[in-house]
Design a binder for this molecule. Structure first.
Ligand code: NDP
Length: 486
């Protein structure tokens, strides 16, 4: 029997206050216990309309402020959120499942990203070209787009939101966000805290609900000028099509199947640690997780053994229990999908070296747990190689040399991140130039920096987040020519 009390929540935060959505209630489940603890009504098309109208109204004043003033206001609001991390951390763990430690890392990073763009506010510039013709000058103006719809998945609800919110707001846009239907609560409270911290009403609004109803209504809304989306590749493709009428701008941060190449001259201990961290962090539910490892034959046994040993040692447990290193998968369906991908892979070959099913601990039976899993040397056309595995299961293959490793790395529809471990500068450079991906880490953990642009190639997406480049995706430019009579 459930021990959780089910809390009813209004479901939206619009124009500076809570707003009661008109749609059917959606359950919010604790992935560590499998119990429903809140119900949130979904936003209908009418609720989305109310949010977009509020954002459009607020945009007139917000975009007219000096960019430094917008930065100042957002910075103060971000500090108010930071002062409430102790409240947000357990809430994120409860609805998402991740450990308390990982919730704190995520939320701290979300605030950092807001502050990063606050710091960049005064750098937002256009351009001037003198002497286009005798006595004729050109300038390039930059203008905000208007209302931005931000659609975010459940694996990192707050950082993926702030990657959009920060450059959008600093550039003078207003935002309506839709978190995943299964993780509405932290985002709603985050929005409320920003408002308490001084962000003007209507500048940032949140509508919760399902992707198919609320998300679609947001993408289709005629006043929404841009959709900033993070999620799976199939839904990204749908969104690109839905956004075509009216030529809405889109940035699409989609799925990945990031390869890691370990050469025979690498620091093998460090590489094995990076593989384990890169695959099992956040229970493997990260777009940038390491999802395929290619290791040189001569050092393969050592690496495979080290990674399998690390997987077996990881302490799997409920996110809110001290000492847990890896929490549950986010939903039962997510666990089923990962289990299916592993099972279909093993049917075709490969050796299971760790995990391969839920952990044996009876305390974890009710939650959506799956043990850290390592499979060595399956064929190259199995689901774990060709599909995105969004959970804690890692395939490792032996390769003859760098050419084979790069060819295997690129034999994927995805092109998000990648990593290479070698002490040879020539190999590192070749890999960085030849791997088809938006990011390559060399002898480094796969960590995303706000300073560098991030975005996928091929089916991993379109456009960039992070870096000063993100501003390009939240502004339109206009060329103005001053003739000789001006
Ligand atoms: P989904 O694409 O299923 O969902 C993402 C968001 O889109 C959710 O808010 C969802 O709502 C919403 N949505 C779903 N259908 C529609 C629709 N038709 N119109 C508008 N919105 C819609 O992704 P997952 O939840 O499965 O998230 C995991 C995926 O995200 C993985 O593929 C992962 O690689 C990718 N990802 C990419 C990152 C990157 O930066 N490249 C970073 C992190 C994750 P709801 O859930 O309520 O249905």
């Amino acid at each position: 029997m459930s021990t959780e009390t089910v809390t009813a929540v209004a479901g939206a935060f619009i124009d500076g206050r809570e707003h009661a959505n008109g749609g059917d209630p959606l359950p919010v489940t604790n992935p560590g216990t499998g119990e429903v603890f809140a119900e949130v009504p979904g936003a209908t098309a009418r609720d989305v309309d109310t949010a977009v109208d509020a954002a459009a109204r607020a945009g007139a004043e917000w975009s007219a402020l000096a960019v430094s003033k917008r930065g100042e206001i957002l910075g103060a609001a971000a500090h108010h959120v930071e002062a409430h991390l102790d409240e947000l951390v357990p809430l994120l763990t409860r609805e998402q499942g991740k450990t308390l430690r990982d919730s704190r890392i995520e939320l701290t990073k979300a605030v950092d990203t807001l502050m990063h763009y606050v710091g960049l506010a005064k750098t937002l510039r256009g351009a001037h070209t003198p002497g286009l013709d005798p006595g004729v000058d050109g300038i390039v103006l930059r203008r905000p787009l208007g209302v931005v719809g931000a659609i975010v998945p459940w694996n990192f609800p707050t950082t993926l939101l702030c990657n959009k919110l920060a450059p959008a707001l600093v550039a003078g846009n207003t935002v309506v966000a839709k978190p995943a239907g299964t993780t509405p609560l932290t985002t709603l409270r985050f929005c409320e805290l920003l408002a308490e911290g001084g962000l003007p009403a209507g500048v940032f609004n949140v509508v919760t609900g399902s992707g198919s109803l609320t998300g679609t209504a947001l993408v289709r809304h005629p006043l929404v000028r841009k959709i900033a989306f993070t999620g799976s590749t199939p839904v990204g493709e749908q969104i690109m099509a839905l956004a075509a009428p009216g030529m809405k701008r889109v940035t699409l941060e989609l799925g990945g199947s990031d390869p890691m190449i370990i050469c025979d001259d690498a620091d093998l201990d460090a590489a094995a640690s990076a593989a384990s961290m890169g695959r099992f962090y956040n229970c493997g539910q990260a777009c940038l997780a390491i999802k395929r490892v290619y290791v040189f034959e001569s050092v393969a046994d050592q690496v495979i053994e080290a990674v399998a040993a690390k997987a077996k040692r990881l302490k799997v447990g409920r996110g809110d229990v001290k000492g847990s290193q890896m929490g549950p998968l986010h939903t039962a369906a997510q666990r089923e999908e990962v289990a299916g991908q592993v099972a279909r892979t093993l049917e075709q070959g490969g050796t299971l070296l760790a995990g391969g099913g839920p952990p044996e601990d009876p305390e974890l039976e009710a939650g959506f747990f799956y043990a850290p899993t390592v499979v060595a040397d399956p064929p190259h056309d199995v689901p774990m190689a060709t599909e995105e595995v969004f959970g804690p299961a890692l395939p490792i293959w032996r390769v003859a040399d760098l050419d084979e490793a790069i060819a295997r790395a690129n034999a994927s529809p995805f092109g998000l991140g990648s990593s290479v471990w070698t002490r040879d500068l020539g190999r590192a450079r070749q890999a960085a130039e030849r791997i088809e991906a938006g990011y390559t880490w060399i002898n480094s953990r796969t960590k995303v920096y706000d300073e560098l642009p991030f975005g996928g190639w091929k089916s991993s997406g379109y456009g960039k987040e992070h870096g000063s480049e993100a501003f390009d995706y939240y502004t339109e430019t206009k060329s103005v020519v001053f003739g000789s009579q001006s």
